[in-house]
Write a protein that binds this ligand. Structure first.
Ligand code: ADP
Ligand code: MG
Length: 663
C-alpha cells in the first residue's frame, strides 16, 4: 500500500474530522449557550454594538422588566426607557469601550409598569456574524438589597433601643456567664464602667444582694416560661441595694447560647407605693380625729347627761338613806349611768386610737350599733334613727373594726349634715346576700350589705360625680374638709367591698356598701355574766395611785372573801414584797402611776418572785397584747374602768390558772 495515498487519504479524513469536530463543538457550544440563555434566572440580552438595538433577550429579562421578546428585539433600550438614569448607561458604555467587558455594574432599571429595579450588570463584547455585540447578564438585586436594608435597619433599631433604653439591658454568654454586651443604663444601675462589666460575671460584680436570689433565678430561667418579671435585690458598686424586675430570654449568637437580660428598676416605685400607703394611713387618722372633733360637742353633752344622772341619784340616795329599797333603786340608776359612761369612753378610745389596720372576724351589726350610739349623742332631736335588720344579725366580715366604725360614722355624719334644720329619718340597714349563681359572669361570693339612708337635701349629679374626690366639699370652712367620703371609699375598697350611692335633690341619699361575708368560725361569745366569783381567803396586794380606786377594790375584794392589802405607792408595795417570804397569792397593779409604771413594778417584783401572778389594770388596753405582756412578766390584763364583775372575774381567773413557769 503506497504510503503517500495512505497519507493523502489520512490527511483528507483528518481535516474532515477536524472540521466535523469543530462544527460539533460549535453546535454544542451554541446549544449550551442557547440553554443557558433561555434557562437562566438572570436576564440576558444580546445587543448589536453598532446599532445599539437588542438582537435577543431571554425570559429572565422579561421577568425583570416586563417586556416580551417581540416587544424588545429590534428596539433600543432608550426607546423602552429601560435606563432609569441615562448617566448609568453612559458610564456602562464607557467602561465597555475601555475594557471590552463590565463586571458587577450596579444600575437602576425601569420596568414596563414603571417600577424601579436595581440590577447588577456583567457583560462581554463578542462577535456575532462579524458584528461586535454585547452579551449582558442582568441580575435583579432589588429584593436582596431590600432584605439587606431591612436587616441593617432592624439591627440598628435593636442596637439603638439597646443603648438608649432606660432599662438596664445586658447580654450574657450562658456557658461562661460573662457579660458580652451591656448598655449605659446597666452601667448606671450597677455603678460600674463598661470595662469593669464586660468579660466579667454577675457574681464577680457582686450583683446579687441576696445569695438565694441567684439560685431562685437560675431555677426560674430553666422553667418553660423562663424568668419574666422576677423580683431581685441587686447591689451597686457603692453598696447601695436596689430592687429590679429581671426578665431573660435565651438566644443563639455565633453558635453559642446567650441570654438577653432586661432589668427594670422598681426601687423608686416601691418607695412611692409605701409612701402612698403611709399617707393614706395618716389621712385616715387625721380624718378620724376631725370626725371626732365634730362629735365632741355631742359627746360632752352626753357626758353631762350621764353626770347629771349620777349626781342626782347619788344625792337622792343620801337623802333617802333610811329607806333601803329607795337607796337600792337610786344606786341602780347610778350604776346604769356609769355603764353608759364607760361605753362612751371605750368607743371614743377605740375610734381615735392610732392603730395599724388589723383584720379579724368582726360582727358587723355590733360595729354599726356602736357607731349609732356614738352618733346619737350629737344628733338633734328632729332626726329620728331607724335600725333595720341589725337586731340579732350575726354576719361576720374580715375587717378592721375601727375602720368600719369610721365608715359608718362618716356616712352618718354626712346624713346628719344633709338633714340639718329639718326633721328627717336616718336609717341604718343590714342584710346578708347569698352568693350569686356560679354560672353567672363575675359571680360574687356571699356578702353583707350595709345601707345608710337619709331624707336630707340629696345631691345634684355634679356633686354626686365628685363625691369620692379627696377635699371635695360643699360645706363651709370649719364644717367639712371633703375627706370623709374618700376615706370611706378607700376603706371599703381595701376590704374588697363595693360602694354605691343613690341620691335625689330634695329627697335624700342612700349609700349601699357590700362587703364579703366571712364564713369562718363565729367569735366565741363573751363570758356569761353570772354570780360574782368568790375568794377563799387568798391574800391580795392591790396597787393604784388613785386612793378612791384602792378603797373601792379593798372593799369589794374583802367582801368577796379575800385578804386585801392596798397601797397607792408602788415603792411602798415593793417594800411589802420581801423576796423569798411573800405571803401574797396575787398582785394587781395599775399601769400609769407616778414614781413607777406598773410595767417597771412588775419587772422588779419578778426579780424576787418568779411565780407570783401579776395582773395589770389599764385604761389603754389596746397598746398591749398578751405576748408583750408576757415579755415583761405580766400574766393578765384588766381593762379600766373597773367594775365589780370584771375585777372579781379577773382575780379569780388569775388565781385558778396554773402557776406560771419561772422565766
Ligand atoms: P365633707 O363632709 O367634709 O364635705 P365628704 O367627703 O364626707 O366631705 O362629702 C363630700 C360632699 O358630698 C359633701 O360636702 C356633700 O356635699 C356631699 N354629701 C356627702 N354625703 C351626702 C349626703 N348624705 N347627702 C347630701 N350630700 C352629701
Ligand atoms: Mg363628711
Amino acid at each position: 500500500m503506497p504510503p503517500t495515498s495512505e497519507t493523502a487519504v489520512t490527511g483528507e479524513s483528518d481535516l474532515a474530522l477536524r472540521v466535523r469536530q469543530l462544527e460539533k463543538a460549535l453546535a454544542e457550544s451554541e446549544e449550551r449557550f442557547e440553554k443557558t440563555f433561555s434557562a437562566s434566572a438572570d436576564g440576558i440580552t444580546v445587543t448589536d454594538l453598532v446599532t445599539s438595538r437588542y438582537i435577543n433577550i431571554n425570559e429572565g429579562f422579561t421577568r425583570i422588566f416586563g417586556y416580551t421578546r417581540e416587544e424588545a428585539v429590534g428596539r433600543l433600550a432608550v426607546e423602552l426607557s429601560i435606563w432609569a438614569y441615562p448617566k448609568d448607561r453612559d458610564s456602562l458604555v464607557q467602561e465597555i469601550k475601555r475594557c471590552g467587558r463590565v463586571r458587577d455594574f450596579i444600575a437602576v432599571g425601569r420596568n414596563k409598569d414603571g417600577s424601579f429595579r436595581t440590577c447588577s450588570l456583567s457583560g462581554e463584547v463578542v462577535e456575532i456574524s462579524g458584528n461586535p455585540s454585547l452579551v449582558l447578564v442582568v441580575r435583579d438585586i432589588t429584593e436582596q438589597l431590600r432584605t439587606e436594608r431591612a436587616l441593617r435597619e432592624a439591627l440598628e433599631r435593636f442596637s439603638k433601643s439597646f443603648m438608649v433604653s432606660p432599662d438596664a439591658i445586658c447580654l450574657c454568654e450562658v456557658e461562661s456567664r460573662r457579660f458580652v454586651e451591656v448598655n449605659d443604663s446597666f452601667l448606671r444601675l450597677m455603678g460600674v464602667s463598661r470595662g469593669e462589666a464586660l468579660g466579667h460575671t454577675a457574681r464577680e460584680l457582686g450583683f446579687y444582694a441576696r445569695r438565694e436570689d441567684e439560685e431562685h433565678l437560675a431555677r426560674a430561667l430553666r422553667t418553660e416560661e423562663g424568668a419574666r418579671g422576677f423580683e431581685l435585690r441587686i447591689r451597686r458598686s457603692n453598696g447601695e441595694e436596689r430592687t429590679v424586675l429581671f426578665s431573660g430570654e435565651f438566644m443563639t449568637l455565633d453558635g453559642s447560647e446567650h441570654c438577653l437580660i432586661v432589668l427594670h428598676d422598681i426601687t423608686e416605685l416601691q418607695r412611692a407605693a409605701s409612701e402612698r400607703a403611709l399617707l393614706q394611713e395618716q389621712l385616715q387618722q387625721a380624718q378620724k380625729l376631725e370626725a371626732l372633733g365634730t362629735l365632741a360637742g355631742g359627746i360632752a353633752h352626753d357626758f353631762n347627761n350621764i353626770l347629771t344622772a349620777i349626781m342626782a341619784y347619788s344625792e337622792m340616795a343620801v337623802m333617802d338613806a333610811e329607806d333601803p329599797d329607795e337607796v337600792r333603786s337610786h344606786l341602780d340608776e347610778v350604776h346604769k349611768a356609769s355603764l353608759r359612761a364607760r361605753d362612751l369612753v371605750r368607743q371614743i378610745l377605740s375610734f381615735s386610737r392610732m392603730k395599724k389596720a388589723e383584720r379579724r372576724p368582726v360582727c358587723i351589726a355590733e360595729v354599726v350599733r356602736e357607731a349609732i350610739s356614738l352618733l346619737r349623742s350629737s344628733l338633734p332631736s328632729t332626726i329620728h334613727i331607724l335600725e333595720e335588720g341589725l337586731e340579732g344579725d350575726q354576719a361576720l366580715v374580715m375587717a378592721d373594726p375601727t375602720q368600719l366604725h369610721q365608715v359608718i360614722m362618716n356616712l352618718g355624719t354626712n346624713s346628719t349634715h344633709a338633714m340639718r334644720g329639718r326633721a328627717g329619718v336616718l336609717t341604718f340597714g343590714l342584710a346578708q346576700l347569698p352568693a350569686d349563681a356560679p354560672e353567672l359572669d363575675g359571680a360574687r361570693p356571699a356578702r353583707v350589705c350595709i345601707m345608710v339612708s337619709d331624707t336630707g337635701s340629696g345631691m345634684s349629679p355634679e356633686v354626686l360625680a365628685r363625691l369620692f374626690e379627696p377635699f371635695f366639699t360643699t360645706k363651709g370652712q370649719g364644717e367639712g374638709t371633703g375627706l370623709g367620703m374618700s376615706v370611706v371609699h378607700g376603706i371599703v375598697q381595701s376590704h374588697g367591698g363595693t360602694i354605691a350611692v343613690e341620691s335625689q335633690v330634695g329627697v335624700g341619699t342612700s349609700v349601699r356598701i357590700e362587703l364579703p361575708l366571712h364564713t369562718g368560725e363565729l367569735r366565741s361569745a363573751e363570758p356569761a355574766v353570772g354570780g360574782l366569783p368568790q375568794g377563799r381567803g387568798e391574800a391580795l396586794l392591790f396597787i393604784d395611785d388613785e386612793p378612791q380606786i384602792c378603797q373601792f377594790a379593798q372593799k369589794m375584794l374583802t367582801r368577796l372573801g379575800y385578804h386585801v392589802t392596798s397601797c397607792t405607792n408602788p415603792l411602798e408595795a415593793l417594800g411589802l414584797l420581801v423576796p423569798g417570804q411573800c405571803g401574797f397569792a396575787l398582785v394587781v397593779t395599775d399601769l400609769t402611776m407616778p414614781n413607777m409604771t406598773g410595767i417597771e413594778l412588775a419587772r422588779r417584783i419578778r426579780g424576787g418572785h418568779p411565780r407570783l401572778p401579776i395582773l395589770l389594770s389599764s385604761g389603754l388596753p389596746g397598746m398591749w397584747n398578751n405576748e408583750r405582756l408576757a415579755e415583761v412578766g405580766i400574766n393578765g390584763l384588766l381593762t379600766k374602768p373597773l367594775s365589780i364583775q370584771s375585777l372579781a372575774g379577773a382575780v379569780r381567773r388569775m388565781l385558778d390558772a396554773p402557776l406560771p413557769e419561772p422565766s
